[in-house]
Design a protein. Structure first.
Length: 292
């Protein structure tokens, strides 16, 4: 992956993709002092770019550091890089981390670096599988109590349990895993939020110890615009049996139907399909006026 074509925006400059390197004693690598974003561009426009960049700043603030570029500067860098990469539909990954000036848990003076990479990432899950619904394992690791980890930050460190859970699921033949939280409540997947449907009503867990995803909020909006009821509430795993449909949503995953979670099965139903389509339409830039 470090040999792709094109450029990476690296601390204010465009460097050749393969030359965007850092030192092995980088604090972010040893102690996970890194925060990142995941964004998608559709038709040459990054969907909800400002919201993502603001979340990046907020994620860094929660981890006790300040990104030395303003939200406006980061937005401009993402847009400029998208053009430079000659991509219209693409995935956008900004990442900020503490540098390698000092070694040790405390590294207050280490430089805060920022890099942005953009590449083609058409489908997070296999497209064919996606339409049939993906199969989820139930993860052994739980989303931690917010007193244990800064769960509102899109912090690299929090992804350790996600990678472990996803690898364990894949080893058992599943595509992804559903994670419970430390109280045993349904939380989310390893890189996406989760929704259930029953009797025409959407149910989704309260995001009090995991990301309140930008896609999650978009989907709630789209569902309400369709006149659908959306209930944010505590969902216990023993309720899974009673739900008819289930889907994941996230920037990379978009809206992805789920056909199984452990022993429970779901249909790829009408509401899931409706929201898949509504989301696909919502992210496309509006048609330009004929006069333009
Ligand atoms: N939860 C996790 C763990 C994620 O990695 C993501 C993807 N960023 C989400 C939820 C969904 O967030 P968003 O819709 O903002 O991409």
């Amino acid at each position: 992956f470090d040999q792709l074509d094109g450029y990476i925006w690296f601390n204010g400059e465009f460097v050749k993709w393969a030359d965007a390197r850092i030192h092995v004693l980088t604090h972010g690598l040893h102690y996970a002092s890194a925060v990142f974003e995941g964004e998608r561009a559709y038709g040459g426009q990054i969907f909800k770019l400002r919201e993502h960049t603001e979340r990046l700043h907020e994620s860094a603030r929660i981890l006790g550091f300040t990104i030395p570029y303003s939200v406006e500067e980061i937005d401009a860098a993402c847009n400029e890089l998208l053009v430079k990469q000659r991509l219209e539909d693409a995935y956008v990954r900004p990442i900020a981390w503490r540098g390698s000036e000092m070694m040790g848990v405390s590294a207050q003076k280490n430089r805060i670096n920022l890099a942005i990479a953009i590449w083609e990432w058409p489908s997070y899950f296999d497209p064919e599988q996606r339409l049939k619904g993906i199969r989820l394992d139930i993860a052994e690791y739980c989303r931690p109590d917010p007193r244990t980890a800064p769960s509102k930050s899109k912090a690299a460190g929090l992804y350790m349990i996600c990678t472990l859970s996803k690898h364990a699921a894949e080893a058992k033949g599943y595509t992804d895993a559903m994670m419970l939280d430390w109280r045993g409540q349904v939380a989310e997947a390893t890189g996406a939020n989760i929704f259930f449907v029953k009797d025409g009503v959407l149910h989704t867990p309260v995001p009090d110890c995991f990301l309140d995803g930008i896609t999650r909020r978009t989907v709630i909006d789209l569902a309400r615009r369709r006149g659908l009821e959306v209930v944010e509430r505590v969902i216990m795993p023993d309720e899974l049996e009673g739900f008819e449909q289930c889907f994941l949503c996230g920037t990379a995953a978009e809206v992805t139907p789920v056909s199984e979670i452990g022993p429970y099965s779901f249909q790829v139903g009408e509401i899931t399909r409706l929201l898949m389509n509504d989301y696909a339409e919502e992210v496309r830039p509006r048609q330009r006026m004929a006069a333009e």
